[in-house]
Write a protein that binds this ligand. Sequence first.
Ligand code: HEM
Length: 519
Amino acid sequence: MDTLLPLLDRHLPALVLAGIVIAGGYAWPRFLSYLRYCKIPVLNTKYDGPPENFLFHSAKVYEEGYRTRRNDVHRIIAPDGEHVVIPNRYLDELRERPDDEVDVLTAFMKVMENDYIHLFPCHHNTHIANSVVKKELTRSLAKINPALSRAVAETVASEMPAECDSGWTPVNINAVLLRMVAIISGHVFVGPELCRRPEYLDAAVNFTTDITMAVPIVKRWTKLIRPLAKYFEPQLAKVQAHRARMRDFLAPVIAERKAKKARGDTMPEDTLQWMLDKTEAEGITDATELTNMQLLLTMAAIHTTTLTTTFILHDMVARPDVVEACRQEIKHVLAASGDDGSMSTHALFNMKLVDSVMRESQRMNPPFLDSFRRYTLKPVTLRDGTFIPAGCLIEAANKAVLMDPDIYPDPATFDPYRFVRLRTNADAPDPLAYKNREQYQFVSVTKENMSFGFGRHACPGRFFAANEIKLILANLLLNYDLRLAAAGEGGLAKDVVLGSGVGPDPSRVILFRKARARA
Ligand code: HEM
């Protein structure tokens, strides 16, 4: 104490100043946040407190918001801050707002703590990656589908456990699908020669999981000292190690492709090549940027498609009649299409019951409880005078809408025929009175189904994802019998809801057996 007091005395002014700076750094953002949000009614005071309160009760929070305040802008307090929930009736108006007013990328950068995680390449290159999916990939689907169809057949055969050939075998289908989807997507991301290479597969399978774990770790650090997190949190180093490995993997591939192009060789048709062509045209030659763009697509595509397909199979296997009806439809469509065994986009379009089961499964198990995440870069005044300040993370309820009985009658019942009925039977009552019943296809995005988002930034990969999922389902149903495992055999589904994310029970198994010759 004797030595401490003089020391304190000598440094008192500096200590007081440091205290003011730290307290100010902590309190100032909170004060600004208070000013920004204080006029927007808050919903979830009862889930305030430790982050777990919101994380594990988020479904109830969104549901309560939709039930009690569906026509008013309101606020949810989540562990990462305030989320402003926008009623559906404003979405058509908001989707028209330009990106420099209501921006999707800033929203995702904030949610994903991009300053510390560095998931997104610079704005411009992120737009290039998105536009490659929207334009080149989607426009090429009919052309690449025969090759994709063969790739799916090979991958299903190689990835399903060999034990299924000799009898009923418990399969953790989520884990199997993750590799399958990574390989199949890899065919169109980096090409058939590279899509099974361990470096690519490691990034495709583990990058998303490592980022998902890193984001809450970053958020635990108070903003003022967040830049220091990378020196203390090994999870952040893990994310950057993925980037370095992927860059080492892609750099020689990129160099080789550039040489091929210079020689005038025929170039591959995959997202890497399309991104190379677009960036080269603009003089961007850095392999790191292309690596980041490729990793971004991996992040957007692999786990989302895997969890959607897992949910569909979990929902199907509980209903043997639906499995059989889908199998018959697939056989019928293929017999009528006269294709050479590969499944064309036209044949996939005609699998309308399969499509309906996919949409119904996604209706009951959307990947996110919310959708239409945007950030207001400028203050927004809506036509009826409703005001949303600048600097807000806005979003709309998704799951609560999908369970609304006025929109989806008897919403808690899984009805495999719900959407095929609406699409093919003009007399089927349509509570939404859509002008075009094709709005009920799996890929259609509406205010009443935003699992692929909404507006001009709705998921551009959904057409590819729908093809991929249908091809996987068709191959599994034609080549395997499947049945429900009992609870004791790992068959009990317990979905995981954490914050706004929803996933299937990752440990659940389904019994598969290689199909004997069927009629
Ligand atoms: C079933 C699988 C998938 C689901 C559920 C899904 C879901 C979503 C959602 C909810 C968004 C945000 C949209 C919005 O806020 O309006 C999104 C954006 C995006 N998705 Fe997907 N996605 C899937 C598959 C894919 C695939 C396979 C790809 C790439 C081939 C992809 C590429 C993208 C891209 C590039 C964006 C950003 C679009 C933009 O900001 O303009 N997604 N996705």
